[in-house]
Design a protein around this ligand. Structure first.
Ligand SMILES: NC(=O)c1ccc[n+]([C@@H]2O[C@H](COP(=O)([O-])OP(=O)(O)OC[C@H]3O[C@@H](n4cnc5c(N)ncnc54)[C@H](OP(=O)(O)O)[C@@H]3O)[C@@H](O)[C@H]2O)c1
Length: 375
Protein backbone atom coordinates (compact mmCIF):
# COMPACT_ATOMS: atom_id res chain seq x y z
CA UNK A 1 0.00 0.00 0.00
CA UNK A 2 2.80 2.40 0.95
CA UNK A 3 4.44 1.92 -2.48
CA UNK A 4 1.26 3.17 -4.22
CA UNK A 5 1.31 6.54 -2.52
CA UNK A 6 3.75 8.25 -4.90
CA UNK A 7 1.64 7.32 -7.90
CA UNK A 8 -1.55 8.44 -6.20
CA UNK A 9 0.11 11.80 -5.80
CA UNK A 10 1.24 11.74 -9.43
CA UNK A 11 -2.33 11.05 -10.54
CA UNK A 12 -3.43 14.06 -8.56
CA UNK A 13 -5.88 11.78 -6.76
CA UNK A 14 -5.73 12.39 -3.02
CA UNK A 15 -5.10 9.20 -1.09
CA UNK A 16 -8.16 9.71 1.05
CA UNK A 17 -10.42 10.84 -1.79
CA UNK A 18 -9.77 7.94 -4.15
CA UNK A 19 -10.12 4.36 -3.00
CA UNK A 20 -7.28 2.03 -4.04
CA UNK A 21 -9.73 0.14 -6.29
CA UNK A 22 -10.09 3.18 -8.55
CA UNK A 23 -6.36 3.48 -8.87
CA UNK A 24 -6.05 -0.13 -9.91
CA UNK A 25 -8.81 0.37 -12.51
CA UNK A 26 -6.98 3.34 -13.91
CA UNK A 27 -3.68 1.51 -13.74
CA UNK A 28 -4.78 -1.70 -15.41
CA UNK A 29 -7.03 -0.18 -18.06
CA UNK A 30 -5.17 2.85 -19.08
CA UNK A 31 -1.93 3.74 -17.46
CA UNK A 32 -0.32 0.48 -16.35
CA UNK A 33 1.94 2.26 -13.87
CA UNK A 34 4.97 0.16 -13.09
CA UNK A 35 7.82 -0.04 -10.67
CA UNK A 36 9.92 -2.61 -12.59
CA UNK A 37 13.17 -1.93 -14.46
CA UNK A 38 11.57 -2.31 -17.96
CA UNK A 39 11.80 0.78 -20.25
CA UNK A 40 9.38 3.48 -19.21
CA UNK A 41 7.54 6.19 -21.09
CA UNK A 42 8.04 9.79 -19.96
CA UNK A 43 5.45 11.02 -17.48
CA UNK A 44 2.30 12.27 -19.21
CA UNK A 45 -0.17 15.10 -18.70
CA UNK A 46 -3.77 14.14 -19.36
CA UNK A 47 -7.30 15.49 -19.33
CA UNK A 48 -9.11 13.16 -16.96
CA UNK A 49 -12.67 12.84 -15.73
CA UNK A 50 -13.54 10.72 -12.73
CA UNK A 51 -17.30 10.93 -13.14
CA UNK A 52 -19.71 11.82 -15.93
CA UNK A 53 -21.17 15.29 -16.03
CA UNK A 54 -20.77 18.76 -17.57
CA UNK A 55 -17.31 18.60 -19.22
CA UNK A 56 -16.24 21.99 -17.86
CA UNK A 57 -17.05 20.74 -14.36
CA UNK A 58 -15.72 17.20 -14.35
CA UNK A 59 -12.52 17.35 -16.41
CA UNK A 60 -9.11 18.41 -15.14
CA UNK A 61 -5.52 18.16 -16.26
CA UNK A 62 -3.35 15.91 -14.12
CA UNK A 63 0.15 14.39 -14.19
CA UNK A 64 0.44 10.67 -14.79
CA UNK A 65 3.40 8.49 -13.89
CA UNK A 66 5.63 6.78 -16.50
CA UNK A 67 4.28 3.59 -18.06
CA UNK A 68 6.22 0.39 -18.70
CA UNK A 69 6.79 -0.50 -22.35
CA UNK A 70 6.14 -4.19 -23.00
CA UNK A 71 7.71 -5.93 -26.01
CA UNK A 72 4.82 -5.10 -28.39
CA UNK A 73 4.16 -1.62 -27.06
CA UNK A 74 4.73 1.70 -28.77
CA UNK A 75 5.11 4.95 -26.87
CA UNK A 76 3.64 7.82 -28.85
CA UNK A 77 4.23 11.49 -28.09
CA UNK A 78 0.91 13.10 -28.98
CA UNK A 79 1.07 16.07 -31.32
CA UNK A 80 -2.59 17.09 -31.66
CA UNK A 81 -6.13 15.90 -30.91
CA UNK A 82 -9.52 17.53 -31.52
CA UNK A 83 -12.47 18.14 -29.22
CA UNK A 84 -15.35 16.58 -31.14
CA UNK A 85 -19.03 16.73 -30.13
CA UNK A 86 -18.91 12.97 -29.43
CA UNK A 87 -15.97 13.51 -27.02
CA UNK A 88 -18.18 15.92 -25.11
CA UNK A 89 -21.05 13.41 -25.10
CA UNK A 90 -18.72 10.70 -23.75
CA UNK A 91 -17.66 12.93 -20.86
CA UNK A 92 -21.32 13.80 -20.23
CA UNK A 93 -22.06 10.09 -20.11
CA UNK A 94 -24.74 10.28 -22.82
CA UNK A 95 -22.84 8.50 -25.61
CA UNK A 96 -23.88 4.87 -26.15
CA UNK A 97 -20.27 3.60 -25.93
CA UNK A 98 -17.92 5.23 -23.48
CA UNK A 99 -14.91 4.20 -21.42
CA UNK A 100 -15.38 3.35 -17.75
CA UNK A 101 -14.51 6.23 -15.41
CA UNK A 102 -12.02 7.41 -14.37
CA UNK A 103 -11.01 7.97 -17.97
CA UNK A 104 -8.88 10.16 -20.18
CA UNK A 105 -10.79 12.23 -22.75
CA UNK A 106 -10.41 12.23 -26.53
CA UNK A 107 -10.96 9.60 -29.21
CA UNK A 108 -8.81 10.56 -32.21
CA UNK A 109 -5.54 12.40 -32.71
CA UNK A 110 -2.05 12.11 -34.13
CA UNK A 111 1.29 11.51 -32.48
CA UNK A 112 4.91 10.80 -33.23
CA UNK A 113 6.50 7.48 -32.30
CA UNK A 114 8.76 8.20 -29.33
CA UNK A 115 9.94 4.75 -28.22
CA UNK A 116 9.40 1.14 -29.25
CA UNK A 117 9.06 -2.10 -27.32
CA UNK A 118 11.70 -4.72 -28.18
CA UNK A 119 9.43 -6.74 -30.54
CA UNK A 120 7.96 -3.88 -32.59
CA UNK A 121 9.01 -4.10 -36.25
CA UNK A 122 6.48 -2.12 -38.31
CA UNK A 123 7.18 1.35 -36.91
CA UNK A 124 10.22 3.56 -36.35
CA UNK A 125 10.90 6.39 -33.96
CA UNK A 126 9.68 9.63 -35.57
CA UNK A 127 6.84 8.05 -37.60
CA UNK A 128 3.47 9.79 -37.42
CA UNK A 129 0.71 7.49 -36.25
CA UNK A 130 -3.00 7.67 -35.49
CA UNK A 131 -5.04 5.18 -33.48
CA UNK A 132 -7.00 3.34 -36.16
CA UNK A 133 -9.76 2.55 -35.52
CA UNK A 134 -9.81 5.50 -33.13
CA UNK A 135 -9.67 4.68 -29.43
CA UNK A 136 -10.13 6.33 -26.08
CA UNK A 137 -7.63 8.57 -24.33
CA UNK A 138 -6.04 10.87 -26.94
CA UNK A 139 -6.08 13.97 -24.72
CA UNK A 140 -2.70 13.26 -23.15
CA UNK A 141 0.92 14.01 -23.96
CA UNK A 142 2.24 10.41 -24.11
CA UNK A 143 0.30 7.24 -24.86
CA UNK A 144 1.56 3.67 -24.61
CA UNK A 145 -0.47 1.15 -26.61
CA UNK A 146 0.22 -1.99 -28.60
CA UNK A 147 1.73 -1.78 -32.08
CA UNK A 148 -1.47 -3.05 -33.75
CA UNK A 149 -3.46 -0.05 -32.54
CA UNK A 150 -1.39 2.40 -34.57
CA UNK A 151 -1.64 3.26 -38.27
CA UNK A 152 1.38 4.97 -39.81
CA UNK A 153 0.41 7.99 -41.91
CA UNK A 154 2.17 10.42 -44.21
CA UNK A 155 3.95 13.36 -42.57
CA UNK A 156 3.49 15.90 -45.36
CA UNK A 157 0.08 17.14 -44.19
CA UNK A 158 -0.62 19.74 -41.50
CA UNK A 159 -0.73 18.12 -38.08
CA UNK A 160 -4.30 19.31 -37.40
CA UNK A 161 -5.58 17.40 -40.44
CA UNK A 162 -3.73 14.26 -39.39
CA UNK A 163 -5.36 14.64 -35.96
CA UNK A 164 -8.89 14.99 -37.31
CA UNK A 165 -8.97 12.78 -40.41
CA UNK A 166 -10.90 9.86 -39.01
CA UNK A 167 -14.09 10.81 -37.19
CA UNK A 168 -15.50 13.51 -39.45
CA UNK A 169 -13.99 13.18 -42.97
CA UNK A 170 -14.50 9.40 -42.94
CA UNK A 171 -18.12 9.88 -41.86
CA UNK A 172 -18.66 12.24 -44.79
CA UNK A 173 -17.03 9.80 -47.21
CA UNK A 174 -19.06 6.80 -46.04
CA UNK A 175 -22.39 8.66 -45.98
CA UNK A 176 -21.91 9.79 -49.59
CA UNK A 177 -21.18 6.20 -50.65
CA UNK A 178 -23.38 3.97 -48.54
CA UNK A 179 -27.00 5.10 -48.94
CA UNK A 180 -27.89 6.30 -52.43
CA UNK A 181 -25.93 5.77 -55.64
CA UNK A 182 -24.95 9.25 -56.72
CA UNK A 183 -23.89 10.17 -60.24
CA UNK A 184 -22.18 13.24 -61.54
CA UNK A 185 -24.82 15.96 -61.97
CA UNK A 186 -26.92 14.78 -59.00
CA UNK A 187 -27.44 16.94 -55.94
CA UNK A 188 -27.52 16.44 -52.17
CA UNK A 189 -28.90 18.64 -49.38
CA UNK A 190 -27.54 19.01 -45.85
CA UNK A 191 -27.90 21.06 -42.69
CA UNK A 192 -25.04 21.79 -40.30
CA UNK A 193 -22.98 22.69 -43.36
CA UNK A 194 -20.43 24.61 -41.28
CA UNK A 195 -19.48 21.49 -39.31
CA UNK A 196 -16.36 19.60 -40.34
CA UNK A 197 -18.52 16.75 -41.63
CA UNK A 198 -20.55 19.32 -43.57
CA UNK A 199 -17.46 20.94 -45.09
CA UNK A 200 -16.12 17.51 -46.07
CA UNK A 201 -19.46 16.54 -47.65
CA UNK A 202 -19.32 19.68 -49.79
CA UNK A 203 -15.83 18.89 -51.08
CA UNK A 204 -16.18 15.13 -51.48
CA UNK A 205 -19.47 15.64 -53.32
CA UNK A 206 -17.81 18.19 -55.60
CA UNK A 207 -15.05 15.71 -56.46
CA UNK A 208 -17.83 13.36 -57.67
CA UNK A 209 -19.49 16.15 -59.65
CA UNK A 210 -22.37 16.25 -57.16
CA UNK A 211 -23.99 19.60 -56.40
CA UNK A 212 -24.58 20.49 -52.72
CA UNK A 213 -27.43 22.51 -51.22
CA UNK A 214 -26.37 23.69 -47.78
CA UNK A 215 -28.30 24.97 -44.79
CA UNK A 216 -26.65 26.95 -41.98
CA UNK A 217 -27.89 28.51 -38.76
CA UNK A 218 -28.92 32.15 -38.90
CA UNK A 219 -26.05 34.44 -37.96
CA UNK A 220 -24.91 38.02 -38.38
CA UNK A 221 -21.87 37.18 -40.48
CA UNK A 222 -23.83 34.93 -42.85
CA UNK A 223 -22.38 36.37 -46.08
CA UNK A 224 -18.85 35.63 -44.90
CA UNK A 225 -19.77 32.04 -44.01
CA UNK A 226 -21.60 31.53 -47.33
CA UNK A 227 -18.58 32.83 -49.19
CA UNK A 228 -16.28 30.45 -47.29
CA UNK A 229 -18.46 27.44 -48.03
CA UNK A 230 -18.79 28.42 -51.69
CA UNK A 231 -15.01 28.60 -51.94
CA UNK A 232 -14.95 24.98 -50.78
CA UNK A 233 -17.31 24.09 -53.63
CA UNK A 234 -20.76 24.53 -52.08
CA UNK A 235 -23.57 25.05 -54.61
CA UNK A 236 -26.29 26.91 -52.72
CA UNK A 237 -25.97 28.07 -49.10
CA UNK A 238 -29.10 29.18 -47.23
CA UNK A 239 -29.72 30.35 -43.70
CA UNK A 240 -32.64 28.54 -42.08
CA UNK A 241 -34.81 31.70 -42.05
CA UNK A 242 -34.40 32.07 -45.84
CA UNK A 243 -36.14 28.74 -46.26
CA UNK A 244 -39.35 29.70 -44.48
CA UNK A 245 -41.12 29.82 -47.85
CA UNK A 246 -44.00 27.77 -49.18
CA UNK A 247 -42.06 25.93 -51.82
CA UNK A 248 -38.33 25.66 -51.14
CA UNK A 249 -37.80 23.89 -54.44
CA UNK A 250 -38.77 27.05 -56.29
CA UNK A 251 -35.41 28.35 -55.06
CA UNK A 252 -33.58 25.74 -57.11
CA UNK A 253 -33.06 26.74 -60.70
CA UNK A 254 -31.58 24.09 -63.02
CA UNK A 255 -30.61 21.90 -60.09
CA UNK A 256 -32.03 18.38 -59.86
CA UNK A 257 -34.04 17.66 -56.73
CA UNK A 258 -31.79 15.82 -54.27
CA UNK A 259 -32.34 12.13 -53.61
CA UNK A 260 -30.09 12.22 -50.56
CA UNK A 261 -30.02 14.55 -47.55
CA UNK A 262 -27.92 14.71 -44.39
CA UNK A 263 -29.06 15.91 -41.00
CA UNK A 264 -26.82 16.59 -37.99
CA UNK A 265 -29.04 19.20 -36.32
CA UNK A 266 -32.63 17.92 -35.86
CA UNK A 267 -35.69 20.13 -35.20
CA UNK A 268 -36.62 22.62 -37.91
CA UNK A 269 -33.28 22.19 -39.70
CA UNK A 270 -34.14 18.52 -40.30
CA UNK A 271 -37.59 19.45 -41.65
CA UNK A 272 -35.89 21.78 -44.13
CA UNK A 273 -33.71 18.95 -45.44
CA UNK A 274 -36.85 16.82 -45.90
CA UNK A 275 -38.59 19.63 -47.80
CA UNK A 276 -35.85 19.60 -50.44
CA UNK A 277 -35.83 15.84 -51.02
CA UNK A 278 -37.40 14.41 -54.13
CA UNK A 279 -40.00 11.65 -54.27
CA UNK A 280 -38.52 8.51 -52.66
CA UNK A 281 -35.54 10.46 -51.26
CA UNK A 282 -33.53 9.46 -48.19
CA UNK A 283 -32.45 11.58 -45.22
CA UNK A 284 -29.52 10.23 -43.22
CA UNK A 285 -29.30 11.51 -39.65
CA UNK A 286 -25.84 11.39 -38.07
CA UNK A 287 -26.00 14.03 -35.32
CA UNK A 288 -28.42 16.01 -33.18
CA UNK A 289 -26.68 19.29 -32.43
CA UNK A 290 -29.89 21.20 -31.56
CA UNK A 291 -30.98 18.35 -29.24
CA UNK A 292 -34.44 18.72 -30.83
CA UNK A 293 -36.38 15.76 -32.26
CA UNK A 294 -37.10 15.24 -35.93
CA UNK A 295 -40.70 15.80 -36.92
CA UNK A 296 -41.93 14.28 -40.17
CA UNK A 297 -45.27 15.16 -41.71
CA UNK A 298 -47.61 12.32 -42.56
CA UNK A 299 -47.72 13.52 -46.16
CA UNK A 300 -43.92 13.15 -46.45
CA UNK A 301 -44.41 9.42 -45.96
CA UNK A 302 -47.63 8.95 -47.92
CA UNK A 303 -47.09 11.19 -50.91
CA UNK A 304 -43.29 11.37 -51.07
CA UNK A 305 -42.38 7.97 -49.64
CA UNK A 306 -39.32 9.44 -47.94
CA UNK A 307 -36.89 7.16 -46.08
CA UNK A 308 -35.22 8.06 -42.82
CA UNK A 309 -31.91 6.37 -42.10
CA UNK A 310 -29.09 6.79 -39.59
CA UNK A 311 -25.31 6.51 -39.67
CA UNK A 312 -22.88 5.86 -36.82
CA UNK A 313 -19.20 5.59 -37.67
CA UNK A 314 -18.38 3.57 -34.56
CA UNK A 315 -20.84 0.86 -35.63
CA UNK A 316 -19.57 0.99 -39.21
CA UNK A 317 -16.03 0.52 -37.86
CA UNK A 318 -17.04 -2.85 -36.44
CA UNK A 319 -18.41 -4.06 -39.79
CA UNK A 320 -16.58 -6.04 -42.50
CA UNK A 321 -16.13 -2.92 -44.58
CA UNK A 322 -14.02 -1.33 -41.90
CA UNK A 323 -11.03 -3.39 -43.04
CA UNK A 324 -10.60 -0.79 -45.76
CA UNK A 325 -10.65 2.02 -43.20
CA UNK A 326 -6.90 2.66 -43.34
CA UNK A 327 -6.97 2.84 -47.15
CA UNK A 328 -9.77 5.42 -46.86
CA UNK A 329 -7.78 7.42 -44.30
CA UNK A 330 -4.78 7.42 -46.65
CA UNK A 331 -7.06 8.57 -49.50
CA UNK A 332 -8.47 11.42 -47.39
CA UNK A 333 -4.98 12.52 -46.35
CA UNK A 334 -3.89 12.48 -50.00
CA UNK A 335 -6.77 14.87 -50.75
CA UNK A 336 -5.56 17.10 -47.91
CA UNK A 337 -2.02 16.95 -49.27
CA UNK A 338 -3.23 18.01 -52.73
CA UNK A 339 -5.32 20.87 -51.30
CA UNK A 340 -8.62 19.20 -52.22
CA UNK A 341 -9.89 18.76 -48.66
CA UNK A 342 -9.83 21.69 -46.23
CA UNK A 343 -11.82 22.69 -43.20
CA UNK A 344 -11.75 25.34 -40.51
CA UNK A 345 -9.92 24.53 -37.32
CA UNK A 346 -8.38 26.46 -34.49
CA UNK A 347 -5.20 25.07 -32.93
CA UNK A 348 -5.03 25.66 -29.19
CA UNK A 349 -2.05 25.04 -26.88
CA UNK A 350 -2.69 22.31 -24.33
CA UNK A 351 -2.27 24.87 -21.53
CA UNK A 352 -5.44 26.57 -22.82
CA UNK A 353 -7.51 23.38 -22.79
CA UNK A 354 -10.23 24.94 -20.62
CA UNK A 355 -10.82 27.79 -23.06
CA UNK A 356 -10.85 25.36 -25.98
CA UNK A 357 -13.40 23.25 -24.13
CA UNK A 358 -15.62 26.29 -23.48
CA UNK A 359 -15.48 27.11 -27.20
CA UNK A 360 -16.26 23.52 -28.17
CA UNK A 361 -19.19 23.58 -25.74
CA UNK A 362 -20.59 26.63 -27.56
CA UNK A 363 -20.27 28.77 -24.40
CA UNK A 364 -18.39 31.47 -26.31
CA UNK A 365 -20.51 31.55 -29.51
CA UNK A 366 -19.66 29.80 -32.80
CA UNK A 367 -16.04 28.74 -33.16
CA UNK A 368 -14.17 26.50 -35.56
CA UNK A 369 -13.23 22.99 -34.45
CA UNK A 370 -10.88 23.18 -31.47
CA UNK A 371 -7.72 21.11 -31.92
CA UNK A 372 -5.39 20.73 -28.94
CA UNK A 373 -1.71 21.09 -29.79
CA UNK A 374 0.49 19.32 -27.30
CA UNK A 375 3.78 21.13 -27.84
N1 LIG B 1 -22.81 9.53 -36.47
C1 LIG B 1 -21.49 9.55 -36.57
O1 LIG B 1 -20.82 8.53 -36.72
C2 LIG B 1 -20.82 10.88 -36.50
C3 LIG B 1 -19.48 11.01 -36.88
C4 LIG B 1 -18.92 12.28 -36.86
C5 LIG B 1 -19.66 13.38 -36.41
N2 LIG B 1 -20.95 13.17 -36.03
C6 LIG B 1 -21.80 14.27 -35.59
O2 LIG B 1 -21.78 15.24 -36.62
C7 LIG B 1 -22.08 16.49 -36.07
C8 LIG B 1 -21.02 17.48 -36.55
O3 LIG B 1 -19.77 17.10 -35.99
P1 LIG B 1 -18.45 17.96 -36.33
O4 LIG B 1 -17.36 17.48 -35.47
O5 LIG B 1 -18.28 17.95 -37.81
O6 LIG B 1 -18.96 19.39 -35.86
P2 LIG B 1 -18.09 20.67 -35.58
O7 LIG B 1 -17.09 20.87 -36.65
O8 LIG B 1 -17.63 20.61 -34.17
O9 LIG B 1 -19.19 21.81 -35.73
C9 LIG B 1 -20.33 21.86 -34.92
C10 LIG B 1 -21.52 22.11 -35.81
O10 LIG B 1 -22.71 22.05 -35.05
C11 LIG B 1 -23.46 23.25 -35.25
N3 LIG B 1 -24.15 23.54 -34.00
C12 LIG B 1 -23.61 23.65 -32.78
N4 LIG B 1 -24.56 23.86 -31.86
C13 LIG B 1 -25.74 23.88 -32.54
C14 LIG B 1 -27.09 24.06 -32.16
N5 LIG B 1 -27.45 24.25 -30.89
N6 LIG B 1 -28.05 24.02 -33.12
C15 LIG B 1 -27.69 23.82 -34.41
N7 LIG B 1 -26.44 23.63 -34.83
C16 LIG B 1 -25.47 23.67 -33.90
C17 LIG B 1 -22.41 24.30 -35.58
O11 LIG B 1 -23.05 25.33 -36.30
P3 LIG B 1 -22.54 26.83 -36.24
O12 LIG B 1 -21.45 26.96 -37.27
O13 LIG B 1 -23.75 27.58 -36.60
O14 LIG B 1 -22.03 27.09 -34.84
C18 LIG B 1 -21.48 23.48 -36.47
O15 LIG B 1 -22.02 23.34 -37.77
C19 LIG B 1 -22.11 16.30 -34.56
O16 LIG B 1 -23.44 16.13 -34.16
C20 LIG B 1 -21.35 15.01 -34.37
O17 LIG B 1 -21.69 14.34 -33.19
C21 LIG B 1 -21.53 11.96 -36.05
Amino acid sequence: MASLRPSLRCLGLGLYKRPTQSLSRISSNTFRASFSTAPLSPPSKAVVYEQHGAPDQVTRVIDLPPVELKANDVCVKMLAAPINPSDINRVEGVYPVRPPVPAIGGYEGVGEVYALGSAVSSLSVGDWVIPSPPSFGTWQTYIVKEEGVWHKIRKDVPVEYAATVTVNPLTALRMLEDFVKLNSGDSIVQNGATSIVGQCIIQLAKIQGVHSINIIRDRVESEEVKERLKKLGAGEVYMESQLEVKNVKSLLVDIPEPALGFNCVGGNAASLVLKFLRQGGTMVTYGGMSKKPITVSTSSFIFKDLSLRGFWLQKWMSSDKAKDCQTMIDYLLSLVHHGKLKYDMEMVPFEDFNTALDKALGKLGSHPKQVIKFE
